[in-house]
Design a protein around this ligand. Structure first.
Ligand SMILES: NC(=O)c1ccc[n+]([C@@H]2O[C@H](COP(=O)([O-])OP(=O)(O)OC[C@H]3O[C@@H](n4cnc5c(N)ncnc54)[C@H](OP(=O)(O)O)[C@@H]3O)[C@@H](O)[C@H]2O)c1
Length: 307
């Protein structure tokens, strides 16, 4: 039996609890043992957050002690950072989906740490880049890594203005009440930093100045792109040799990019000997993100089962 201690019971955390239950047999097959959630750390227990309220507690230490593997899906810097450090100090491996924390503080963590869900959710891009690029080198990448801005730009290309499109994104549950991390390009930049790290093993040189979001995009920009057979997308780019990442709205060829709608992500990586490699798929969502979290937990759990 491998026990998972869950920190955070929001969109992703609830997805983890549900998939552990509904995918029990499949998980046993791939892990070689049963996997169960042993405790769920929540801010308060006044209302149930998951369908296993008996596991919910405000006692961080209890959840940590109960676990073989710690899963951090709270978001933000603190207390997520301290929880990961405490897990490592207790010799426990960690899975996190927290791109903001990891892009800013990855170097501070010293124990086993996996974070596939932090970039492009269900697409196993980080492990592909780390493990599949042994003999080739990436020179640059271009990617759509944020579903909220992709949905807003899609609605604008149908004629809706920015504010109305943002409202629709919020009504559909894509954009948060405070959408700034998405619309200012910060969320995409965090992911571009982690993509670069997966490709090179090193953090790129970056600051928040490298992000330009979509708040300045107008219907005129979108029509001008249309006239050239292009579409405006929020593109995260990486120049690997220069160790540089940036995010900005760009008019890109329709052929490759227009079908990437709503919450879908697309990552195009240019390599030295294998040309262009492309990944596409759901870049957000409860079960989509939880599937990547559990993929990491199973992978770490296999080591525990075998030891
Ligand atoms: N949603 C996605 O599709 C997606 C995709 C990829 C990666 N991620 C990443 O996954 C992480 C979680 O995202 P999410 O969408 O699940 O967020 P969310 O729905 O806001 O859930 C976060 C949960 O953590 C809890 N939490 C936050 N701070 C806490 C604290 N100090 N003490 C106790 N509980 C605390 C929140 O509790 P309250 O309810 O009490 O506030 C909430 O239940 C983030 O790092 C996000 O960037 C999300």
């Amino acid at each position: 039996m491998v026990k998972v201690g869950l920190f955070g019971a929001g969109v992703v955390g609830r997805g983890v609890v549900e998939l552990v239950r509904t995918q029990k047999d499949r998980i046993r097959q791939t892990l070689g043992a049963d996997l169960e959630v042993s405790g769920i750390y929540v801010r308060d227990t006044s209302r149930p957050r998951t369908d296993q309220p008996e596991l919910e507690t405000t006692d961080q230490a209890r959840v940590l002690e109960s676990a073989d593997i710690v899963v951090e899906v709270m978001g933000g810097i603190e207390p997520a950072r301290s929880i990961i450090q405490a897990a490592h100090a207790a010799g426990k491996p960690v899975v996190s989906a927290n791109k903001m924390l990891l892009s800013n503080h990855l170097g501070e963590f010293s124990g086993p740490l996996r974070y596939e869900a932090a970039v492009a959710a269900a697409i196993p891009i980080l492990s592909s880049l780390r493990e599949g690029f042994g003999a080739i080198r990436a020179t640059r990448f271009e990617a759509i890594l944020n579903g909220t801005t992709n949905l807003i730009l899609g609605l604008m290309s149908e004629g809706m203005d920015y504010n109305a499109a943002l409202q629709v994104a919020q009504d559909k549950g894509f954009a948060e009440a405070d959408p700034s991390s998405d619309v200012l390009g910060h969320d995409s930049l965090y992911k571009a930093v982690l993509l670069t790290h997966a490709l090179t093993g090193e953090m790129p040189n970056w600051s928040m100045d490298a992000a330009a979001g979509i708040t300045g995009v107008t219907l005129d920009h979108i029509r001008a792109a249309e006239a050239e057979g292009k579409v405006v997308k929020l593109i995260a780019s990486g120049d690997i040799a220069a160790s540089r990442v940036s995010v900005k709205p760009q008019a890109v060829p329709k052929e490759a990019w227009v079908r990437i709608q709503g919450g879908r992500n697309r990552i195009s990586i240019i390599t030295d000997v294998a040309g262009e490699l492309v990944w596409e798929g759901p870049g957000a969502g409860s079960h989509e993100t939880a599937s990547a979290v559990l993929g990491d937990a199973i992978s770490l759990g296999r080591t525990l089962v075998l030891s």
